[in-house]
Design a protein around this ligand. Structure first.
Ligand SMILES: [Zn+2]
Length: 128
């Protein structure tokens, strides 16, 4: 029977001895032999996010990190990465809402200065 370890959230490696983070958020500090990510160090101390580390690792050709540590048989970083990304549902892109103010008709220009048009006193011609 194949024993599966814990998943590396960076590369999808599935044979970590410890969960990368405990439920209370504690880091394992177990260096992933696949990608080299060390929870609690890479992210907390070096301030490199999982995503940034992954991009770096991928751009370097997904190289096996663990020197002197045998790769698991059939290790396929691309496959593992793909299954990791499939597992993680991408965050929905933010919905861009059109500003309803766009549709608001322009308010009519300030009404003519009626107040200023004061009626001049006109003599009333009243014929009885
Ligand atoms: Zn990894």
């Amino acid at each position: 029977m194949k024993s599966q370890g814990h998943l590396c959230a960076t590369c999808g490696y599935r044979h970590l001895k410890l969960p990368q983070r405990t439920s209370s958020g504690g880091a394992s500090h177990e260096i992933c032999p696949s990608c080299g990510f060390e929870p609690g160090y890479t992210d907390d101390d070096q301030n490199i996010s999982t995503l940034q580390w992954r991009e770096q690792w991928v751009s370097n050709g997904c190289q096996w990190f663990g020197k002197g540590k045998a790769r698991p048989k059939g290790w396929n970083p691309i496959k593992e990465l793909h299954s990791l990304l499939r597992r993680k549902r991408p965050v929905n892109p933010p919905v861009i809402r059109r500003d309803p103010a766009d549709n608001e008709s322009t308010a009519p220009a300030e009404s003519s200065k009626r107040a200023a048009a004061k009626r001049g006193r006109k003599p009333l011609k009243r014929t009885a």
